[in-house]
Design a protein around this ligand. Structure first.
Ligand SMILES: [Zn+2]
Length: 83
């Protein structure tokens, strides 16, 4: 008797579009690396057309993830208008 196991391959990890909210569209991209590639991260803010330099390496990525949004917020025209 043969028993086959099926694994659920579908993953719902992608973000869904926001339902018509007025919101600053900024995104933190993190690539965890692997296979000899170092982890990398970058930050983009769509309304002010900002793209950060890319942080490379585990320590740099950790720091970057913790600070990038706050750091950009101090210069982001959108946050300044909202405050
Ligand atoms: Zn911005």
């Amino acid at each position: 008797m043969t028993e086959t196991t099926s694994t659920a391959a579908a993953q719902d990890t992608l973000g869904r579009p926001a339902p018509g909210q007025r919101h600053v569209i900024a995104a933190l991209f993190v690539d965890f690396g692997g296979n000899g590639r170092p982890p990398r991260a970058r930050y983009e803010c769509v309304p002010c057309n900002y793209a950060s330099p890319i942080a490379t390496g585990a320590d740099a990525v950790t720091t970057f993830v913790a600070t990038a949004a706050d750091e950009h917020r101090t210069t982001c025209i959108n946050y300044q208008e909202a405050s």
